[in-house]
Write a protein that binds this ligand. Structure first.
Ligand code: GLP
Length: 243
């Protein structure tokens, strides 16, 4: 079941996410959060940080699993997803760093890393709430068009479009953007108990229309959400403009 919530602005979307996750942590102190990078979730993370502080919610037992990581990029690089999650989630929320996991993009071990990551998520009891952004081509995590809807965590090749979109984080220089990544699969993401996808702006409108109203197809990876028992899509007017 996909529920659509159209909000006036990102701040409202952030409040909805923050309320949902703060209530979860209050009920389940060792809740498992699925974390995403990209600009779309940033306001939601800020809202959650403000809520847990204002309501004195203990987050020291909260666990986290990030969606993806660049392959072959030093985790200490400021644009690695390990660094990004530390800066945007772990530090502002005050999470325990050892409880927050990011896929290992080390090229020497990457072939085994995906299965190990999925096993770790299962051993943690699965993800309670997975936050998602969406690429302009409908990708979630780094599951580019054509990704199997049943896929697990694995190495993938980044499309030219995604590398161009992400060049802004690498001094605008596409040659610095890694060519590969390790990403949770669509099958992995679909196992989370609640998905919350956030999208803002006109450039996401086509991807949102395909996600919500298009046929279910690997050509628009996020369309798999239509099969999820509890998926919430929160969009602003611009991202909803083709619905
Ligand atoms: C990257 C991330 C995705 C994210 C997408 C959109 O490709 N791997 O998880 O959803 O960017 O990013 P933004 O929210 O900045 O538009």
């Amino acid at each position: 079941m996909t529920e659509i919530i159209i909000v006036d602005n990102e701040a409202k979307a952030g409040e909805i996410y923050a309320r949902c996750v703060a209530d979860l942590i209050a009920r389940k102190p060792d809740a498992v959060l699925g974390l995403a990078t990209g600009s779309s979730p940033l306001t939601a993370y800020k809202a959650l940080a403000a809520t847990v502080k204002a309501e004195h919610i203990d987050v020291s037992h909260v666990r986290g699993f990030a969606l993806d990581e660049y392959a072959g990029l030093d985790p200490a690089h400021p644009e690695s997803y390990r660094s990004t999650i530390t800066r945007t989630v772990v530090e502002p929320l005050g999470l325990t760093p050892e409880l927050v996991h990011v896929p290992n993009g080390n090229l020497d071990t990457i072939m085994d890393a995906g299965c190990e990551y999925d096993a770790a998520i299962e051993a943690a009891g699965g993800v309670d709430v997975q936050i998602l952004g969406i690429g302009t081509d409908g990708h979630i995590g780094f599951n580019e068009p054509g990704s199997s809807l049943a896929s697990g965590t694995r190495i993938k090749t980044l499309t030219q479009q995604t590398r161009e979109d992400n060049a802004r984080f690498f001094d605008g220089d596409i040659s610095q953007v890694p060519t590969h990544c390790i990403t949770q699969g669509i099958g992995t993401i679909m196992k989370a108990r609640h998905l919350i996808l956030l999208a803002f702006g006109e450039n996401k409108a086509e991807a949102i229309a395909q996600t919500v109203e298009g046929g279910i197809s690997a050509l628009w990876p996020a369309s798999a959400l239509q099969l999820h028992p509890h998926a919430t899509v929160i969009v602003d007017d611009a991202a909803a403009s083709r619905l």
